[in-house]
Design a binder for this molecule. Structure first.
Ligand code: ZN
Length: 237
């Protein structure tokens, strides 16, 4: 027994010292990057912070939730703010920088609005990102927000529940009808994950609602009982 311990100790010691070295190198690398490219506040551009305290306080000011009327597929759909000002800046910053302070600032807005609405949901599903964008960006900002909300509310988050079965063209510049045509049948949902669930769909921005509608259609088709939509911002249409 004591022999085993004596042999085991140096091996463990070796691994942990290697781990420490890797951690140290990672820390140095990250510090060097911060020195070369210092982070900037996503709203006011102040240096050395991803979101400065002043802008964090502005983002934490809440107005009335904004309802977007969607008669088809969705039981209800709300946004926490109009797509303008500081909130808009942080939404755009989160597309470039996945820093936890940005996720938390927007995630808290979703949490505040969700707690006002009191929807009887049973799981959370983010709107999937266009695969070419996921490749460019390396992460889905809506999945980060859904993850934050799920942790705070203790609901399961199914990031893989909806997949894009065909790549749609980018929505920018398309009219409402064109957007609806563009995303129709672009999504498929996994019945194993969401059958009988009341699904909360999370996206960063509501523009015409075409994407949210198409995702809601997919989850209902896969057997979900209801679909609700919640976004950080809504375009002023
Ligand atoms: Zn700032």
């Amino acid at each position: 027994m004591s022999e085993f311990s004596a042999e085991a100790r140096p091996t463990t010691g070796l691994f942990s010292s290697e781990n420490r070295q890797i951690k140290l190198l990672r820390g140095l690398w990250s510090a060097a990057l911060d020195l070369l490219y210092p982070p900037r506040c996503g709203v006011c551009n102040r240096i050395d912070t991803h979101l400065c305290p002043r802008c964090t306080a502005i983002i934490a000011e809440y107005g009335e939730p904004i309802e977007r009327d969607l008669p088809e597929n969705l039981t209800a759909s709300y946004a926490t703010a109009l797509h303008e000002g500081g909130v808009r800046s942080v939404v755009l910053a989160l597309k470039e920088d996945r820093h936890e302070s940005l996720v938390a600032a927007l995630g808290e807005r979703l949490l505040f609005t969700f707690n006002q609405l009191k929807w009887p949901i049973s799981c959370i599903v983010p709107v999937p990102l266009h695969s070419s964008r996921l490749h460019e960006r390396g992460y889905n900002q809506s999945a980060l927000l859904a993850g934050y909300l799920g942790k705070k509310l203790a609901y399961p988050v199914y990031t893989e529940a909806i997949i894009r079965v065909r790549d749609t063209q980018h929505q920018v510049g398309l009219s409402g009808d064109e957007r609806r045509m563009n995303v129709q049948k672009a999504f498929q949902a996994n019945p194993t994950l969401i059958a009988d669930h009341a699904v909360l769909l999370i996206d960063d921005v509501f523009t015409t609602g075409a994407t949210l509608q198409a995702c809601a259609e997919a989850v209902l088709k896969a057997g979900a009982a209801q679909a609700f939509g919640l976004t950080v911002t809504a375009a002023d249409v």
